[in-house]
Design a protein around this ligand. Structure first.
Ligand code: SAH
Length: 209
């Protein structure tokens, strides 16, 4: 575990800090939550590298920097209810659970969701609710959400997400298709939406029509 601690410190100091991740709480959770727990055993030796890794079902755990920039951009204070679309390995979910009040996470692939639930349960994380399904529909019974975060790219942001976003609220998602994607942040305040484009990115497509 000493080795994991050291590797996590390197990951943070060499991959995150130089690229502008500077929120002390975000850096702390990235130093504390071991990415190797979310990676299949045969890929453990690559767990701290600056890249996505296969997790089964043709999906990947995102690159640490991408998870970090998304986490930091959500401006969490500890009080928020967060909807996450695209649980994947559960790595991003773990960060959200550590920094927000409650996380509602939806994954379209049942086996991935079950593995994420086991991993997070094994870590004692208790403020996450899990659902298998099409995240395009959101989670209407639990809306509104203070934050909505999606880890898969849609050409057009699903309208249900705007309906389920609280006011004030912040929604972060990659948008675009195979020709290029951009990490997009939409804020809702006083009934009005405003858009900001962050950086180019590459995520798997958001499936389902
Ligand atoms: N942050 C995650 C990233 C997972 S990749 C991690 O680091 O592990 C994105 C995930 O979105 C994939 O697991 C994919 O299966 C899921 N996904 C794609 N379309 C979806 C949809 N319509 N509803 C729910 N999940 C979806």
């Amino acid at each position: 575990m000493v080795d994991a601690d050291r590797q996590l410190r390197w990951m943070v100091d060499l991959q995150l800090v130089p690229r502008g991740i500077d929120d002390p709480l975000v850096l702390e959770v990235f130093r504390t939550i071991d990415r190797a727990l979310f990676v299949p055993p045969d890929l453990h030796s690559y767990a701290y590298e600056d890249r996505p890794l296969g997790i089964g079902e043709g999906q990947t755990i995102s690159q640490p920097y991408m998870v970090a920039i998304m986490t930091q951009s959500l401006l969490l204070t500890g009080a928020e209810r967060v909807l996450e679309i695209g649980t994947g390995s559960g790595y991003q979910t773990a960060m959200l659970a550590a920094l927000a009040r409650e996380v509602y996470t939806i994954e379209v692939h049942g086996p991935l969701l079950e593995r994420a639930r086991e991993t997070l349960g094994g870590m004692g994380v208790a403020n996450v609710r899990y659902r298998v399904g099409n995240g395009r529909l959101g989670w209407p019974e639990e809306a509104p959400f203070d934050r909505i975060l999606c880890a898969a790219a849609a050409d057009v942001i699903p309208p249900a997400w705007f309906d389920q976003l609280g006011d004030p609220g912040l929604l972060l998602t990659p948008t675009g298709g195979p020709e290029g994607q951009i990490l997009t942040c939409v804020t809702k305040r006083g009934g009005r939406l405003s858009w900001r484009e962050f950086c180019p990115c590459r995520f798997v497509p958001l499936v389902g029509g």
